[in-house]
Write a protein that binds this ligand. Structure first.
Ligand SMILES: [Zn+2]
Length: 150
């Protein structure tokens, strides 16, 4: 395996994956396997060796602080409000402050209506069993009452 030429731009395949830097000993041609994540070589050309995995992991960790600094700068200085908010949300997501799921007006109404129906049904069923029900508090008590009095 020859040392990789670092001045050469990375080769990529049709799926935009970076290809292995190594040259095949057997064919003398460049290896066409995709490089492992964070590495310049494929699994066969040393990407799975423990020291290669460790240094790849370290290269990624070394980028964490600059990445956070970039987001923080974006959060304060981005031109548009939406870009500043996106950067802020990205930081909050990674810090573990998950956003609550959004509920729109229709969903909120459906949930409320469903809950009211459940409450009414519970009262109606208590009323039909003879429990005390405050007159007028239930929207559809007529049937239940008329059935009781028949
Ligand atoms: Zn390779």
């Amino acid at each position: 395996m020859e040392p990789p030429d670092l001045l050469e731009p990375p080769r990529i395949d049709e799926q935009n994956r970076r290809l292995c830097h190594a040259t095949s000993k057997r064919t003398g041609e460049p290896c066409n396997a995709p490089a492992m994540h964070g590495m310049d070589v494929c699994r066969i050309h040393g990407g799975s060796a423990p020291q290669a995995r460790r240094s790849a992991r370290q290269r990624l960790l070394d980028l964490v602080d600059p990445a956070i600094a970039t987001l923080a700068r974006e959060m304060e200085q981005a031109e548009s409000s939406s870009d500043r908010q996106r950067a802020a949300n990205s930081i909050l997501d990674r810090a573990g402050y998950a956003r609550l799921p959004k509920i729109d007006e229709d969903e909120a109404r459906d949930i409320l209506v469903q809950r009211l129906i459940e409450l009414r049904d519970a009262r109606v069923s208590r009323a039909t069993r003879g429990a005390n029900v405050i007159e007028g508090a239930v929207t559809e008590p007529r049937k239940a009452h008329s059935r009781e009095t028949e």
